[in-house]
Design a protein. Structure first.
Length: 290
């Protein structure tokens, strides 16, 4: 089985840097990636890919393999070179060692697995919390833990917002609101506010908070600074299901982001190469008030 996955990777990697457009029938992601980069006057000049088998299921002459793919793209854009990294989980099926299906498992479910309140509670404006947001520390944390999990925190199946909250807290953002899960932003052992771990709730918190951790919504991504937050509504249905943190800028001054769930580093902010992307996608851009 290992040799079949290895062959799959070798064929896939060659297509990310190939000019042969017929490869899109086999691996549309490569064609999509090249297209989105071309719109930014960027290109992949080198790619490495690593695989790890998670589980194998055998039934007669069929084999189903769930595996993790780790891509490293060296991207060149107007003289700037930077490394983008991306992790994804995929499902491949073989029949008599012939590949019959290979697809990404979309981690961004259209609904959250946690219950969210219908609306946020009125905040106690008598409470006063001030802090200086350390953007460098927030970004350093995002770089340190983008592809692993800090044992000091809980890990969630959909971990994107939990990771962003950790980055914000590392930057000095104060927790508040415990023990009310529908108010504030906090984590206490295995208990947490909805805004700490649920994508839609963090978006709502950043839009409404008047004390402690606060943010200002801006109209375009180029206005964001390192350590700022982007929220994603992939389906455009009003329910936000992903969050990222700005950790760099490309040659055009546009954000590059780190994220969890499908762990990624220095990824272009728009997520147009994601399997979760739809033409109805909506974004919210939040600059942390420091």
């Amino acid at each position: 089985m290992l040799h079949l996955i290895q062959k799959l990777f070798e064929k896939r990697v060659s297509q990310f840097v190939s000019d042969n457009r017929t490869h899109k029938v086999f691996f549309p992601k490569a064609d999509n990636k090249q297209g989105t980069l071309a719109k930014r006057s960027a290109e992949i000049v080198k790619i490495k890919a690593f695989g790890r088998i998670i589980e194998i299921d055998k039934e007669d002459e069929f084999q189903t393999v769930k595996y993790q793919a780790h891509y490293q793209y060296l991207i060149k854009q107007k003289g700037l070179l930077y490394m983008e990294e991306e992790i994804e989980e995929r499902l491949a099926k073989f029949y008599k060692e012939a590949l019959v299906m290979d697809e990404e498992i979309n981690p961004y479910a259209p609904h959250e697995t946690y219950h969210t309140p219908a609306e946020f509670l009125v905040e106690d404006l008598d409470e006063r919390l001030s802090f200086q947001y350390n953007r460098l520390k927030a970004v350093q944390y995002a770089e340190r833990w983008w592809n692993s999990y800090n044992p000091a925190y809980n890990k969630f199946e959909n971990d994107c917002t939990n990771f962003i909250s950790q980055c914000l807290h590392s930057g000095g953002a104060p927790m508040r609101g415990y023990p009310n899960r529908g108010a504030g932003w906090w984590l206490q052992k295995s208990n947490y506010s909805y805004s700490w771990a649920v994508a839609h709730s963090l978006k709502g918190y950043l839009a409404n908070s008047k004390i402690g951790l606060r943010a200002r919504e801006v109209s375009s991504p180029e206005q964001l600074l390192l350590g700022d937050i982007i929220c994603y509504d992939f389906e455009g249905d009003g329910r936000f299901n992903h969050n990222t943190i700005v950790t760099g800028k490309d040659a055009n001054g546009m954000p590059l982001v780190n994220a969890h769930t499908y762990n990624s580093r220095m990824r272009y902010w728009a997520y147009e190469d994601s399997s979760a992307y739809t033409p109805n996608i909506k974004y919210r851009f939040f600059s942390i008030i420091d």
